[in-house]
Ligand binder design. Structure first.
Ligand code: PGA
Length: 266
C-alpha cells in the first residue's frame, strides 16, 4: 500500500481527480467504484471541472456505488442515489443507465445484493475504486468485526449511526436502520483502490489501518494486502503516522492529462 500526504483537502481532491482522469483517458469504458460521504465531494467537483473545461468524457464510463440505505427511494434527499446525481452524475455526460446503485427499496434485499455482485462481475470487475474511511476504520458500511471475505450484504446500522442520521429526517419513522453494502471481499477485488481521508478525526483510523497489524477491528487494515492501493490523505489525517511518506506527487507519475483531453465541442 502506498501513502501520499497532501498539504490540504483541496490538494488531495485534485490528486485523486488526476488519477481518475488519467485512468479514464487510458480506458474510456472504465468501470469505476464510487463512494458517498463528505470526503470524495472535492474529487467529484474537480472531475466536473475537468469535464466542463477540458471535455473529460464520461460517455462510456460505467459506475457502481458502494452502498445505499434500506427503505429510501432514489428521490429521497438522504439516499445515496440522490447524493450521486447531485454531486456528480447530473453535471457530467455519463449515461444514467451506466450508473449502478443498490436499490434500497428492493422487495428482496438479499436478491438485490446478489444481483449487484453479478452486475459487477459481468461488467468485468471494478477497475478503480474510491473509498472513504470511518473514524472507526470502516469502509463502506463494513463496520469493525466484519469478515474480510464477505460479499455484498445487508447490515444493521449501529445505534450511533442511526442517532447521527436522525437530524436529517423530519419523520423519525424514515430514519434508516439498515443498509446494503459491498463486502470487503468485493472491494478487495477492485484492480486499483484509492482511499481518501481528511482531518484529525480520521488520524487514528489511518494510523491503525496503515502501521498496525491487519485486524478485523479495523476493516480498512485489510487493504494492506491489496496489490494496488494508495491512501491519499491530508496532513491532519496523517498526523498519527510514525513513518515518513512521500509528500505531494513524488511517488506518482502525473502526465499532463489535461493536454490529452480533446477540447470540448460546444
Ligand atoms: P466521510 O465518510 O467522507 O463523510 O467522512 C466516510 C465514511 O464514513 O466512510
Amino acid at each position: 500500500m502506498k501513502v501520499i500526504v497532501c498539504s490540504s483537502y483541496e490538494e488531495l481532491s485534485k490528486k485523486a481527480a488526476e488519477i481518475f482522469a488519467q485512468r479514464i483517458l487510458q480506458k474510456p469504458n472504465i468501470i469505476l467504484g464510487l463512494a458517498t460521504g463528505g470526503t470524495p465531494v472535492g474529487t467529484y467537483k474537480e472531475l466536473i471541472r475537468l469535464h466542463n473545461e477540458h471535455g473529460l468524457d464520461f460517455s462510456q464510463v460505467v459506475t457502481f456505488n458502494l452502498d445505499e440505505y434500506v427503505g429510501l427511494a432514489p428521490s429521497h434527499p438522504q439516499s445515496y442515489r440522490y447524493f450521486m446525481d447531485k454531486n456528480l452524475f447530473d453535471a457530467i455526460n455519463i449515461k444514467k443507465e451506466n450508473t449502478h446503485i443498490l436499490s434500497g427499496t428492493a422487495e428482496d434485499v438479499e436478491a438485490e445484493c446478489a444481483s449487484f455482485e453479478e452486475k459487477i462481475a459481468s461488467a468485468g470487475g471494478i477497475d478503480l475504486q474510491v473509498l472513504g474511511i470511518g473514524s472507526n476504520g470502516h469502509i463502506a458500511f463494513n463496520e469493525p468485526g466484519t469478515s474480510r471475505d464477505c460479499r455484498t450484504h445487508v447490515v444493521n446500522l449501529a445505534e450511533s449511526t442511526i442517532q447521527d442520521n436522525a437530524r436529517f429526517f423530519d419523520d423519525p419513522s424514515e430514519i434508516p436502520r439498515q443498509a446494503l453494502t459491498l463486502g470487503i471481499g468485493t472491494i478487495m477485488e477492485a484492480r486499483e483502490i484509492i482511499l481518501l481521508a481528511s482531518g484529525q478525526g480520521k488520524a487514528q483510523a489511518i494510523a491503525r489501518s496503515v502501521e498496525r497489524p491487519i485486524t478485523l477491528a479495523v476493516p480498512a487494515s485489510a487493504l494492506q494486502v491489496h496489490p494496488n492501493t494508495v491512501f491519499i490523505i491530508d496532513q491532519d489525517a496523517a498526523s498519527q503516522l510514525k513513518r515518513e511518506y512521500p509528500q505531494h506527487s513524488q511517488d506518482l507519475e502525473m502526465p499532463s492529462y489535461a493536454t490529452k483531453i480533446q477540447p470540448k465541442v460546444l
